[in-house]
Ligand binder design. Structure first.
Ligand code: NDP
Ligand code: GDR
Length: 357
């Protein structure tokens, strides 16, 4: 094994996994990611980082595995010998977790336990310390107990996904206290980007706007427009993950912007970018309602700002604009008020545009 810092990422093919991989590669890490075998390619978001492993320059390596398969997770840990593990893998769609609760809980809850158990045994056997990041979520706060929500706010999860994240949170904390594992819970509020999955509400909206402008879609069907979320930019949030693992002591941190906006506000700003009135295009479909909704999330990131020196760099308006611009650019539509920047054009390379809403 060479002496380069090695990180292992579960969920490397997801939105956050791709940004975190970029960040760690920039910092000189060797990055290993766990991917699932699928019948169609699922590596679009990281293809631009991939170099053939036969090339001596290669620093990104992919391993087949699954959070539901503990044996493989252990084998990969032994093989890679990482100093940091970022557990980002999850069935991460809240609405879908009501349809597939058992699988969601298995991947999110038990999946985290499987990794923690593997680390526990690995550390005990080898004496090598591994730092662990757990992707916790503002969904754990669920039904409003306190505003804004901070590290000490009680959890009240309102979906199978959120219940599983709460379980994973407490296991992470317990393994930290029981086995001296450097384990941190990030409690991240919603974070978005042009790489956001197409069925989360922000990306569903920005993608639909581009398709409406391109005359590929007439209507946008949505559920609850009154829900309020603290939306930030994903690229900022992966910085916080890394910072947590660079501290002297492991701890848990809320990562948020401290602002909240409704889905309706997102719609207003997003449609305004292309000078359209959202009310003419948006229709209600109850299929997108959840059996139990989380009405209001707003985070207090004071601790992350003070202890990690973390700051969000993108405002809500900027976020909406950059996402709409990226989806427009992906369909070859240039903006009337200026061209999308190079960075966002690069981001659109792997945005798929088949009709999947
Ligand atoms: P995505 O849904 O974009 O990515 C999820 C990743 O997990 C994908 O790489 C997916 O693989 C992988 N995955 C799914 N199921 C399994 C499994 N059984 N075994 C291994 N890998 C699996 O999520 P994000 O990038 O947005 O989020 C990253 C993490 O942060 C998730 O845990 C999410 O719950 C959490 N989180 C996200 C927030 C957000 O606003 N984005 C906020 C707070 C927490 P594949 O590509 O094959 O589907
Ligand atoms: P969320 O994100 O549930 O907060 O979870 P999502 O974008 O799915 O929903 C946000 C809010 O929008 C409302 N909504 C709709 N949502 C979707 N997906 N589709 C619709 O058509 C629609 N119409 C209205 C929802 O009801 C909800 O109130 C995300 C995920 O990334 C989680 O993994 C993560 O943990 C949390 O953010 C923080």
């Amino acid at each position: 094994m060479n002496e380069r810092k090695r990180a292992l990422i579960t969920g490397i093919t997801g939105q956050d996994g791709s940004y975190l991989s970029e960040l760690l590669l920039e910092k000189g890490y060797e990055v290993h990611g766990i991917i699932r075998r699928t019948s169609t390619f699922n590596t679009d978001r990281i293809d631009h980082l991939y170099v053939d492993p036969h090339n001596t320059e290669a620093r990104l390596f992919l391993h087949y595995g699954d959070l539901t398969d503990g044996t493989t997770l252990r084998r990969i840990l032994e093989q890679v010998q990482p100093i940091e593990i970022y557990n980002l893998g999850a069935q991460s769609h809240v609405r879908v977790s009501f349809d597939s609760p058992e699988y969601t809980v298995d991947s999110v809850g038990m999946g985290t336990l499987r990794i923690l158990e593997a680390i526990r045994d690995y550390q005990h056997r080898t004496g090598i310390k591994v730092r662990f990041y757990q992707a916790g979520s503002s969904e754990m706060f669920g039904k409003v107990q306190e505003i804004p929500q901070k590290e000490t706010t009680p959890f009240y999860p309102r979906s199978p996904y959120a219940c599983a994240k709460v379980y994973a949170y407490w296991q992470t904390l317990n393994y930290r206290e029981s086995y001296e594992i450097f384990a941190c819970n990030g409690i991240l509020f919603n974070h978005e980007s042009p790489r956001r999955g197409e069925t989360f509400v922000t990306r569903k909206i920005t993608r639909a706007i581009a398709r409406i402008v391109a005359e590929q879609q007439k209507k946008l069907y949505l559920g609850n427009l009154d829900a309020q979320r603290d939306w930030g930019y994903a690229k900022d949030y992966v910085q916080a993950m890394w910072l947590m693992l660079q501290q002297d002591e492991p701890d848990d941190y809320v990562v948020a912007t401290g602002e909240t906006h409704s889905v309706k506000e997102f719609l207003e700003i997003a449609f305004k970018v292309v000078n359209l009135d959202w009310q003419k295009y948006v229709e209600f479909d109850q299929r997108y309602l959840r059996p139990a909704e989380v009405d209001l999330l707003i985070g207090d990131p004071t601790k992350a700002k003070k202890k990690l020196g973390w700051q969000p760099s993108v405002t809500f308006e900027q976020l909406v604009h950059l996402m709409v611009e990226a989806d427009l650019a992906a369909l070859g539509i240039s903006m009337s008020n200026g061209k999308p920047s190079q960075e966002f054009l690069q981001d659109t390379a792997y945005i798929r545009h088949e009709a999947r809403v």
